[in-house]
Design a binder for this molecule. Sequence first.
Ligand SMILES: NC(=O)c1ccc[n+]([C@@H]2O[C@H](COP(=O)([O-])OP(=O)(O)OC[C@H]3O[C@@H](n4cnc5c(N)ncnc54)[C@H](O)[C@@H]3O)[C@@H](O)[C@H]2O)c1
Length: 434
Amino acid sequence: MKLCMIGTGYVGLVSGTCFADIGNQVYCVDKDKNKIDKLNSGISPIYEPGLDELIKKNYNANRLIFTTDIKKAINSSDLIFICVGTPTKKGSLKVDLSFVYKCSKEILKHSTKKKIIITKSTVPVGTGDEIEKIFKKKKKLFNVISNPEFLREGEAIRDFRYPDRIVIGSDNKNKFKTMRKLYSPLISKGAKFFTTSRKGAELIKYASNAFLATKITFINELANLCEKTNINVEDISLGIGSDTRIGSRFLRAGPAYGGSCFPKDTKGLVSAAEKYKTNLSIVKSVINSNHRRVSLLTKRVHQILGKNLKNKKISILGVTFKPNTDDMRDSTSLKMIPYYCKNGAKVSYYDPSGEKKEFKQIKNCTYKKNIKENCVDADLIILLTEWDEFKSIDFKKINKKKNLKIFDLRNLYAPEEMKKNKLQYYSVGRPNLN
Ligand SMILES: NC(=O)c1ccc[n+]([C@@H]2O[C@H](COP(=O)([O-])OP(=O)(O)OC[C@H]3O[C@@H](n4cnc5c(N)ncnc54)[C@H](O)[C@@H]3O)[C@@H](O)[C@H]2O)c1
């Protein structure tokens, strides 16, 4: 089939490449010339395991085309996927749909024959209806379908190839057939193909993300109680997660949830509910609780290093919101690092996905090239993201300070081991053995 992905970001690039890999011809369009130039010279603009090889393979086979020429891409394709960003509007809970509407207008302008328009971007319930209004002048040419994307950064290729489910929302049942054909290589390997109304599909995506965010927030709040009562939160996770009605995933205590989806989608869901005069009080609480968690864990450093952070050397390991991605959107580090620097600490950080532009202008914050260089003279090491290379560090070997302190927000190490090694170790929701 001939496809066009409008927006070559995390979703457009990964799904476009994977669609090409199952035999389709895919145009990946972006308005960002720099991104397209990079891709055409063989460099992926994002860090995603396995993606570089897959891009190269399909690019060389002429199944994958990167371009800024939206007109040509639209004219050469039958299925047009909208994969542009849907961020939160500044100072509000509402979703900024301007990118979606702008590219819908471009589709209208450049289309001369029938097209199926598919929203992969996460959009509030009713957005498909609004897109249809944009197309009303050439109504007969377009069918608007919702096909929300569920891939996770860091595991995106696997998630595309083996999805838990493929959700297709359409009010025109005939179009399910085309989508089933497109996804047939995945369906034949066992992926569940789930069809519903267009609005239903739009809401499923928000409801999924809000539910997962609720699980994380729930266990994070229980971790606070565990700390006060000397209970290990991991026992609680296991104890409740073994109940198949609950499930064990997304029940690991740690920092606030971040990334490009949960923070904005929980807000977007509350905002949609308000539009329809419904009170999603649970999701509102989740947003507030997550917000409090960022400052709670950031300020816990005072319990470890004292009130005065001046000239204290804090070394952070991992600054992205999760491992195996370079995505910094809504990461806890964006609040933590400026706070410590503002309070006089000398902060250094290392992240396997490289230096971050977000910290370049911050005084007293430096990027280090590896774990050892980052931690050698630290007073406190903060483990913020669970990249594999942070899971078996010999702290004694890389830092000779007698009273080295470690704050592990991902519970990567056993407190008993750390105590045996005479390290002052702090984690989340577990008894403090210091
Ligand atoms: N990142 C994820 O893990 C993930 C997972 C599932 C769903 N989603 C959803 O998918 C959507 C895209 O997310 P993302 O992370 O890929 O965003 P992104 O910011 O990485 O990519 C969006 C791209 O769209 C381009 N763009 C914007 N307007 C354009 C236009 N008119 N023409 C051409 N290109 C245009 C931008 O330049 C950018 O490269 C969002 O709605 C998001 O919520 C994201």
